[in-house]
Design a protein around this ligand. Structure first.
Ligand code: ZN
Length: 140
């Protein structure tokens, strides 16, 4: 049995079309050759886009990699401050830039979910550490 390709308009035998459950005769509307040409064109344009915007993709990728380093939320203390971060090294540097003693930076505990980390952070705050997430009304 033959079928006409909606891409190149050529009549070709059914085996020249990839299977597709809902298609006419159970096949794709475009022949294998047209499908692979379309795929290659698409792929080439993606690669070209990356090539043209290298710096953008590089920065995005770096940002993503750093933010997802190990997927954990680390609760830490530095001086009398307690907080949480997904990037301990970066956060430590930020605190040092603001004049805190980097040597006192310590990851106390790491969690898989943010609520757990926030709960532990709150515990540290209630035991005397200062920090960003303290609810003003809960301080005596
Ligand atoms: Zn075709």
């Amino acid at each position: 049995m033959d079928k006409i390709c909606t891409g190149c308009k050529e009549v070709k035998p059914l085996e020249q079309f990839h299977k597709h459950a809902l298609g006419k005769f159970g096949r794709q509307p475009k022949c294998k050759e047209c499908t692979s040409k379309r795929y290659l064109k698409h792929r080439t344009s993606i690669l070209k886009n990356i090539q043209d915007n290298k710096e953008y993709f590089y920065a995005k990728n770096k940002e993503y990699t750093e933010s997802k380093k190990d997927g954990l939320y680390h609760v830490y203390t530095i001086d009398d401050y307690a907080g949480y971060t997904t990037r301990p090294d970066t956060r430590k540097q930020e605190h040092k830039n603001k004049g805190r003693d980097g040597n006192t930076f310590k990851v106390i505990k790491s969690f898989y979910t943010l609520p757990e980390a926030l709960e532990f952070e709150a515990l540290l705050h209630s035991s005397g550490f200062t920090g960003r997430h303290i609810n003003a009304s809960s301080r005596s």
